[in-house]
Design a protein around this ligand. Structure first.
Ligand code: CU
Length: 474
């Protein structure tokens, strides 16, 4: 929950050290409170304390920054600082973020609001904040060197503009971006419409999260910032499965999910059991004539996608990035394909040299999800997670949409696993099996071959006994 400690009370040394900086002590005393968040759990929606009403969003494994109203202006206080973030139980990372977490808190305002954001820099290097997607005066755009001086360590800068367009936006540094975004500095910004909007529907549940990625060697805690593509932790809001909270909704709820991508590659975001439409981007609402149904939408780098659907099918529906390597945690790469390779003799020989050596991958990688291999401290298994029917064998960008008829309106708590009605779960077939149908012609219709080739490949089929389906090696 929030920690309402006075940020400057615990930082006397820092305040003294920066007394010569650009903001005087009197001005500091007038700053809005820098609320800190100490938990990586999804916080409940934060109803607005003043100003025009709106239905607040829920940030997955995140929270919304409280504001204070000062003579009609909504004031926020962001503190850029090093943070310790739990990526999933069992692994913490040394990141940079805002107000105690990476990503920083979500900022929620209403179309037409005048907004003032104080940004205090507690990083070891300069920074700035760019308000991605906003219409604003050029000097408030946050590009250090181009539109403002960089915010030096210890300094506080103030940004002020009117939130002109409703929609889904982001914020992130525009100073030493490669380092600061690779370290986790980013956040969401939601501008709610000020009244009924022809292209923005009211919804029952409004979720949001950012796609981000880290490269952290197993056993270490600080991201490698020079990595360009080969990240090993694919995150939603700096969390990986099974650390990502589930999206819990009531059946027939109208659901909106806003996703922003601040990684270095695209992510096709996919939901099971429902179709959605993309109703908006960071460029604004999509005209109704330009919407079509999808079950996957690609979120490219630097984009936001806002999808909507009616959650009318009860169950536990997988919700994930469709790049299979992005639903893996560390160790998912640089492992040779061993499918079909008999490793037993080899493993015994290697074990004499490397006592912990395990042969793996002979029949696919699924065994990785269940094996209890010795792991270095502070890392996660490549794939993991236990569902009601066994191992889920996932990691990274994976969560679950839980649709329940008895989920209370406004209740975001986890209802547990879905209880399937009798007869509605796929099951083993135990009756007789017909022989598999085979083509009677030796080589296609247009060009029959003259004789079977000597180098014909055989399929290895484990467990194909009793002649069903044709064993490949008789
Ligand atoms: Cu992905």
């Amino acid at each position: 929950m929030f920690s309402r400690r006075n940020f400057f009370r615990g930082a006397g040394a820092l305040t003294a050290a920066v007394s010569a900086a650009s903001v005087s002590r009197v001005a500091l005393a007038a700053l809005p409170e820098a609320v800190q968040q100490t938990s990586p759990d999804t916080q409940p929606p934060l109803a607005p304390s003043a100003g025009r009403p709106y239905r607040p969003v829920v940030t997955l494994n995140g929270w919304t920054l409280p504001f204070r109203m000062n003579q009609g202006v909504k004031e926020f206080h962001l503190v850029a600082e090093p943070v310790l973030r739990e990526l999933a139980p069992g692994m913490k990372a040394r990141l940079w973020g805002y107000n105690g977490q990476s990503p920083g808190p979500t900022i929620e305002v209403v179309e037409g609001d005048r907004v003032r954001i104080f940004v205090t820099n507690r990083l070891p290097e300069h920074t700035s904040v760019h308000w991605h997607g906003q219409r604003l005066p050029n000097g408030m755009d946050g590009v250090s060197g181009l539109t403002q001086k960089a915010i030096q360590p210890g300094q506080t800068y103030v940004y002020e503009f009117v939130a002109r367009r409703p929609g889904s936006f982001m914020y992130h540094p525009h100073a030493d971006e490669m380092t600061q975004m690779a370290m986790g500095m980013m956040g969401l910004w939601i501008t709610h419409p000020k009244g009924r909007h022809p292209l923005i529907e009211e919804v029952d549940r409004d979720f949001c999260f950012l796609l981000n990625a880290f490269d952290i060697d197993p056993g270490s805690a600080t991201p490698r910032i020079m990595t360009m593509l080969d990240f090993n932790l694919w995150c939603w809001n700096s969390r990986v499965f099974p650390g990502i909270d589930t999206l819990n909704v009531r059946r027939n709820d109208k659901v909106r999910i806003r996703v922003g991508n601040l990684t270095m590659t695209n992510h096709p975001i996919h939901v099971h059991g429902h179709e959605f439409t993309v109703t908006g981007t960071d460029g604004g609402p999509v005209p109704k004539t330009a919407r079509w149904p999808e079950v996957t939408t690609d979120v490219a780098v630097g984009q936001m996608r806002q999808v909507e659907f009616v959650a009318d099918e009860e169950g536990d529906w997988a919700f994930h990035c469709h790049k299979s390597h992005h639903t893996m945690n560390a160790m998912g790469h640089q492992v040779p394909t061993m499918i079909g390779v008999k490793q037993q003799d080899l493993a015994e020989k290697i074990a004499k040299l490397v006592p912990d050596y395990m042969a793996m991958g002979e029949s696919g990688m699924a065994e990785m999800g269940s094996m209890q291999m010795p792991l270095p401290d502070n890392t996660l298994p490549m794939m993991t997670g236990d569902g009601p029917f066994g191992g889920v064998e996932m990691g990274g960008m994976f969560s679950i949409l839980k649709v329940r008829k008895d989920q209370k309106p406004g209740d975001y708590s986890d209802p547990g696993w879905y209880r399937h009605p009798p007869g509605t779960v796929a099951r083993e077939w135990t009756g007789g099996l017909p022989d598999a149908a085979r083509s009677g012609t030796p080589g296609g219709q247009s060009m029959p071959r003259q004789a079977p080739s000597e180098t014909e490949l055989r399929a290895r089929k484990p467990g194909a006994h009793g002649g069903h389906g044709g064993h490949g090696e008789h």
